[in-house]
Design a protein. Structure first.
Length: 259
């Protein structure tokens, strides 16, 4: 069974590798095994998912790769990461940004999922000839977070968490938002995108309002936010996507119409 999964993951983007040799980049296709066993799934994958959804202009291909990888990491779907890591690199993601994505999601999807993702990523980097020495701790000035918004967030964490789990509140304020969210290897919008994607993938609707508002403060538009949910329906399932829709409506209704 493990061999079959690994084979499917390897072959999923086989046509893309062939195209690269010929100098073109057609849409990825599943392996012939998928067509043989589930022909309708093969048709949906080639004609709908990669033939239509990935080509919609509401999100750039790079954004789609970000949220897809985030959903796969959050769901522990490492067998499907190989092809999407390659596609993400082709769509403009830098190796350092993929490294930062995995690190960020350790806090939102758990260390085990992040650790598992590093093994697959190392294999892809090696295959692409990417020198991992360039992934050392990045320099640069930390990102600046909006002071008033951060003060409000910190007060809310101290009020709701500090009295019950004071060290969790401290780590939240000092490490999660005081350090991780300020690291310059991903933009604030990118961090919001992958956080929202991970929350949707894990069905964490209760945490979505804060992070969706934060994403929109960081530059995500209404149409882009709606497209994130639409895209992720194919990767995390319709029930989780549908559960996120009322949150989007709630956030949209409460924000200025100019978003």
């Amino acid at each position: 069974m493990k061999l079959l999964v690994a084979t499917l993951a390897t072959l999923f983007f086989a046509s893309q590798a062939e195209a690269e040799e010929a100098g073109a980049r057609p849409a990825p296709k599943p392996s012939p095994v998928v067509e043989e066993v589930t022909p309708q799934l093969y048709a949906y994958t080639t004609e709908l998912l990669f033939g239509e959804v990935w080509k919609r202009d509401q999100l750039a291909p790079r954004d789609r790769s970000l949220i897809t990888l985030a959903a796969l990491v959050a769901g522990g779907q490492t067998a499907q990461m190989t092809g999407h890591l390659k596609l993400g690199l082709d769509n403009g993601l830098e190796p350092s940004e993929i490294s930062a994505l995995i690190t960020h999601l350790a806090f939102y999807a758990g260390w085990p999922n992040a650790m598992s993702a590093t093994t697959v990523t190392k294999e892809v980097f090696s295959e692409r000839g990417i020198d991992t020495k360039v992934l050392s701790l990045p320099g640069g000035e930390p990102l600046t977070l909006e002071p008033a918004s951060e003060a409000k967030r910190k007060a809310a964490v101290d009020s709701s968490v500090g009295g019950v789990a004071p060290d969790l509140a401290r780590y939240t304020n000092e490490v999660l938002f005081g350090d991780l969210w300020r690291r310059p290897d991903l933009t604030a919008r990118d961090r919001s995108l992958i956080t929202v994607a991970a929350l949707i993938a894990q069905g964490q609707a209760a945490q979505l309002p804060f992070h969706l508002n934060r994403a929109m403060d960081n530059g995500l538009t209404r149409s882009q936010a709606a497209e994130v949910v639409t895209h992720l329906a194919f990767y995390v399932g319709w029930p989780k996507a549908m559960s996120a829709v009322p949150v989007l409506k709630e956030v949209f209704d409460a924000r200025p119409t100019k978003d």
